[in-house]
Design a protein around this ligand. Sequence first.
Ligand SMILES: *[C@@H]1O[C@H](CO)[C@@H](O)[C@H](O)[C@H]1NC(C)=O
Ligand SMILES: *[C@@H]1O[C@H](CO)[C@@H](O)[C@H](O)[C@H]1NC(C)=O
Ligand SMILES: *[C@@H]1O[C@H](CO)[C@@H](O)[C@H](O)[C@H]1NC(C)=O
Ligand SMILES: *[C@@H]1O[C@H](CO)[C@@H](O)[C@H](O)[C@H]1NC(C)=O
Ligand SMILES: *[C@@H]1O[C@H](CO)[C@@H](O)[C@H](O)[C@H]1NC(C)=O
Ligand SMILES: *[C@@H]1O[C@H](CO)[C@@H](O)[C@H](O)[C@H]1NC(C)=O
Ligand SMILES: *[C@@H]1O[C@H](CO)[C@@H](O)[C@H](O)[C@H]1NC(C)=O
Length: 476
Amino acid sequence: MWKLALPVIIYLCYVNTVINGQVQFRVIRQWKFVNYTWPSTVKYANAVSSGLYIPENVIMAGITYYDNYYYVTMPRMKNGVPATLGRFTALPGLSTAPLVEPFPSWDFNKVGDCDVLQNVQNIEIDPKGMMYILDGGHTHSLLPNPVKNCPAQLIIFDINKNTTVLTHAFAQNVASQTDSFLYDLVIDGDFVYITDNSANDSGIVVYSKQHNRSWKIRHPTMRGDPSAQQFKVNEDVIDVRINIAGIALGPKVQQSKLALVVNEDREVYYCPISSLHLYSISTAVLKNESSSNNNRDFPGEVRDVGLKSSQSDGIIMTNHGVLFYGLLGDNSIAQWNSTTSFTKSQKILSRDVNYIQWTNAFTIDTNGTLTVLSNTLQKFVHGPLDISRYNFWLLSADIGQQSYLYDDPNFEYLPYEHVSTSTTPKPTTSVSSSALPTESESINEIDVNAEGSGNQQLLEFSAVFIGIIVWAFNHN
Ligand SMILES: *[C@@H]1O[C@H](CO)[C@@H](O)[C@H](O)[C@H]1NC(C)=O
Ligand SMILES: *[C@@H]1O[C@H](CO)[C@@H](O)[C@H](O)[C@H]1NC(C)=O
Ligand SMILES: *[C@@H]1O[C@H](CO)[C@@H](O)[C@H](O)[C@H]1NC(C)=O
Ligand SMILES: *[C@@H]1O[C@H](CO)[C@@H](O)[C@H](O)[C@H]1NC(C)=O
Ligand SMILES: *[C@@H]1O[C@H](CO)[C@@H](O)[C@H](O)[C@H]1NC(C)=O
Ligand SMILES: *[C@@H]1O[C@H](CO)[C@@H](O)[C@H](O)[C@H]1NC(C)=O
Ligand SMILES: *[C@@H]1O[C@H](CO)[C@@H](O)[C@H](O)[C@H]1NC(C)=O
């Protein structure tokens, strides 16, 4: 047994705010690399020397809050990722770079064993503590020889009972073992909607819990747009066509202010990474298994919501219909109230070249705090991370709303009337990547405070030093 006292500085820096202080992001955690709660120093030393753990190769990609924990995913895109799912406390802690505790256990994260988690990209957790885990199955996708021995699976895990409830391996024609890339998901009662970022068979995979069945809906708007595939995050250029990734679920629609009838069909929002468009599709289409036949058009059911000023990865919607998303090429976080016009009322909340580097995922805790994981993915895809500098940040802001997973019985949602609902949108982007709107000439009425961006340097370093505390921990 040994004791160690480590001084830890708690930073509480504010991230650059572009518009006048409605939503203020603060940096709540920051890491140079992901490290884990190793069972012993011997196990840790062995993992390092055997290459089971290579810190430069571990990226944090997904984040979901539940019951005072942040659950995070570390997809096995490269070798040296000892656990692909883990967690750490969401309570104001003593460390700004907490160790990740493999979840639910080290054994359940063993690489090479198809009966346990292999490559988790994202998870979602319902209010009852059912965790929906997307395990892509194949690993080492960024290496020359990807390993494709295990099927793509959806695993439902009961956090409170600490047990697996269900494992659903997808059929080859839904999410193939060799080509699928299950990316992100939303839960809609009995149904789960999952984006498949597959290079040659992208779409939305639908899972029905009641029937333990799955199918895939394909549409041209779910594929990346070659004219929007090139963009830059700081100095790093991304130039590869990337299909559907981010997905968000709109609130239940109350059909009229007087009627009590609530339409169970909701709107699913999605965007390919290589696209400037936000699209939506009615869950009525997704829930109908016969929609999966052929490449159907769904006129009036797929909508082109409008253009953004840059590409996005993860997106999230609140139970009051407000969408939050990152603008990757613009180092910024934006929001849109979906009862208003997308073209006219997108707002950039924060822009910061240091802290906002690839907003991969968003989560909302039960206290109404939005948390964003910014993870420098643009560097990770080009080589090992430079672990002498910060690579991952959690940025939080109080938004006073809950996640889409929480019904608000008093909330009346009347969606924005879309202009063209009778024609099927074409997935072509009229704005080419070289002509992305700049700050000053961005999409109509994006609320950007030019002064804020001019003073960026000053604001970026406005770190507020809170204090030095001593973190003492016992280790057996
Ligand atoms: C990683 O965490 C373990 C404790 O689990 C610790 O012993 C080790 O020193 C850490 N490694 C680094 C490089 O911080
Ligand atoms: C949520 O708010 C409660 C009451 O203010 C507080 O005790 C709890 O720590 C908060 N949870 C998080 C994750 O911040
Ligand atoms: C959950 O179960 C696993 C064994 O399957 C165990 O290793 C782990 O400690 C348990 N977690 C909790 C929080 O009890
Ligand atoms: C659900 O479907 C999968 C097939 O993907 C099957 O392996 C599993 O046994 C099914 N579970 C139940 C409870 O029927
Ligand atoms: C996707 O591409 C791979 C190889 O490039 C090929 O083997 C596979 O059949 C393709 N899948 C589909 C659904 O087109
Ligand atoms: C499902 O889709 C098929 C084919 O488009 C259609 O004929 C059928 O009416 C739909 N079912 C429901 C319940 O909407
Ligand atoms: C969204 O916009 C509507 C209509 O302008 C407004 O009534 C509502 O309060 C807004 N919602 C939020 C969460 O700001």
